[in-house]
Design a protein around this ligand. Sequence first.
Ligand code: NAD
Length: 262
Amino acid sequence: MGLLNDKNALVFGLANDKSIAWGISQALHREGARLGFSYAGEALEKRVRPLAAKLGVDFVEPCDVAHDDQIEAVAKKAAAHFGQVDILVHSIGFANRDELNGYFYNTSRAGFHLAMDISVYSFVALARAFQPLMRKGGALLTLTYYGSTKVTPNYNMMGVAKAALEAATRYLAADFGPQGIRVNAISAGPIRTLAAMGVSGFRDLYKAFGDIAPLRENVTIEDCGNAAVYLCSELSAHVTGEVHFVDSGYNIMGVPEPAARE
Ligand code: NAD
């Protein structure tokens, strides 16, 4: 018996087999969920379709979350295909490379708007579009990062966007709670993905992480998948509006252990 038998789960944000969305999809599939994928646009289709085939997923639809009509269209198709939806995973983030480098005060107005639109508003827009389809007992899940509350060099605009995303998670949790639907975020440690590589200095940050984190190990997309199973299943039945760290304990450290600093 899987923990998610008979559950319908839609995953937004699959780009390739390095994506956190892929780790989450594999874990949801393992636990018996019926999956659907949505990807950003044509360029990614050739990467996403073979991954969908591996898990026997036949709902694979494009949706650029910058466009309300595309969000509405995918919700309509999901309604026709699945009827109701139990789980919605938002694993989407974007900022221009220019905003992920150097001084935060150099963030442009357009870059600020774009990062907030794609990385934050899209979660709100998806929640609204799928609200009529969500079944009682369901869960919405998003992905965030520690740079929301602590300054992380070069993360800049994405840190501000993640702070807003975490606040949005709490507001959505309050909205959806009376419907019996939970809304949570996973705050993942650094993982080598397409999106992460856009952050200047990511390689150094990734390397230092494993030395500083109490568990002395980097995290994987499989770790995120297992946490997603918890947050989207009955196991976390009364957990909502939370930011759940999957980071080998990195966030609890104030000052690195002396050995880690050598
Ligand atoms: P990824 O590049 O594999 O995934 C990012 C996804 O966002 C891609 O699938 C991309 O197509 C999608 N996306 C971007 N613009 C879009 C648009 N307009 N419409 C629809 N989709 C769009 O990288 P990832 O690291 O798996 O990122 C997933 C989430 O995890 C992001 O929110 C990211 O900020 C977050 N996160 C990543 C890390 C990390 O170190 N990799 C750590 C913590 C949180």
